[in-house]
Ligand binder design. Structure first.
Ligand SMILES: NC(=O)c1ccc[n+]([C@@H]2O[C@H](COP(=O)([O-])OP(=O)(O)OC[C@H]3O[C@@H](n4cnc5c(N)ncnc54)[C@H](OP(=O)(O)O)[C@@H]3O)[C@@H](O)[C@H]2O)c1
Length: 205
C-alpha cells in the first residue's frame, strides 16, 4: 500500500518506519521540509509536503496534535484517514474535545478511522509487538467499511490484530480510555492489571 504521513514527529516516525519495514511505500509530509526529509531518510520513506501526504495513496496517517488535526488535513473527501490523535488535556488526563473524530470527519469529508492512539509511541518503536505470546490488539473505530478494511490490513501488516471497536462515534470512548490509562500510568499504577480475562461463567462468553 501507499501511505501518506501528516507529521514528522514521534508517531509519524514510529508507525511510518513499521510500515516501510512491512513493505509499504510511505511518504512523510510534515510542515517542516527538513524534519520530514530527516524522518524519511531514517525510516526508508520519501519526503514531501503535507499536501503530497494527503494525495499520496491508499491511506493518510494523521500524526499531529488533535487541536490542529482538521486544519492540517484540510478538505479530504473520500480519503482514508487513520486518526491516531488524542485530545488529552495535559495534567488533567481528560478529553479536550468530545466527538473529535466525528467532527474531523464532518469537517474534512474524510473516511476517518480512529486507530493506533491507545499505545504510547514507545510501544510502536519496540522491535516486537508480541506480548506474553500474543500479538498486540489494535482497536479501530470507523463508519466506512472500505476504510476499515484498509486500516485492518495496515494493522495486520505490522504483526498486530485489528479489534473492531464499532462506529466512529465510539472513538471518543477509545480516546477517553487512553486518557484514563495515561493518568493511571503517570500515577504509577499497573495499567495492565485492570483488565483480566472474563470468567467463563460470566455468561458473556
Ligand atoms: N506520543 C505518544 O505516545 C502518542 C501515542 C498515541 C497517539 N499520539 C497522538 O499522535 C499525535 C502525534 O503525536 P507525536 O507523539 O508524534 O507528537 P510529536 O512528536 O510532538 O509530533 C507532532 C507533529 O505534529 C506537527 N505539528 C504540531 N503542530 C502543528 C501545526 N500547527 N501544524 C502542522 N503540524 C503541526 C509537528 O511539527 P513540528 O515538528 O514542525 O513541530 C510534528 O511533526 C498526537 O495527536 C498524539 O496525541 C501520541
Amino acid at each position: 500500500m501507499r501511505i501518506g504521513v501528516l507529521g514528522s514527529g514521534g508517531m509519524a516516525e514510529a508507525l511510518g518506519g513499521r510500515w516501510v519495514a512491512a513493505g509499504h511505500e510511505v511518504l512523510v509530509g510534515g510542515r517542516s521540509p527538513e524534519r520530514s526529509r530527516a524522518v524519511a531518510a531514517r525510516v526508508g520513506a520519501v519526503a514531501g509536503s503535507p499536501a503530497d501526504a494527503v494525495a499520496f495513496g491508499d491511506a493518510v496517517l494523521l500524526a499531529v496534535p488533535a487541536a490542529v488535526a482538521a486544519e492540517v488535513l484540510g478538505p479530504a473527501p473520500g480519503r482514508v484517514v487513520v486518526d491516531c490523535t488524542n485530545s488529552v488535556v495535559p495534567g488533567r488526563f481528560a478529553l479536550d474535545e468530545p466527538r473529535a473524530a466525528v467532527r474531523l470527519a464532518e469537517r474534512t469529508g474524510a473516511h476517518v478511522v480512529k486507530a493506533f492512539n491507545l499505545c504510547h509511541v514507545g510501544v510502536w518503536r519496540l522491535p516486537s509487538l508480541v506480548f506474553e505470546g500474543r500479538p498486540l490488539g489494535v482497536p479501530l473505530c470507523g463508519d466506512s467499511a472500505a476504510a476499515l478494511g484498509v486500516v485492518r490490513e495496515l494493522v495486520r501488516s505490522i504483526g498486530c490484530v485489528p479489534v473492531d471497536g464499532g462506529p466512529l462515534e465510539r472513538a471518543e470512548l477509545l480516546e477517553a480510555t487512553t486518557a484514563f490509562a495515561i493518568g493511571l500510568w503517570v500515577g504509577g499504577a499497573d495499567v495492565r492489571s485492570i483488565f483480566p480475562p472474563l470468567p467463563e461463567a460470566s455468561g458473556l462468553m
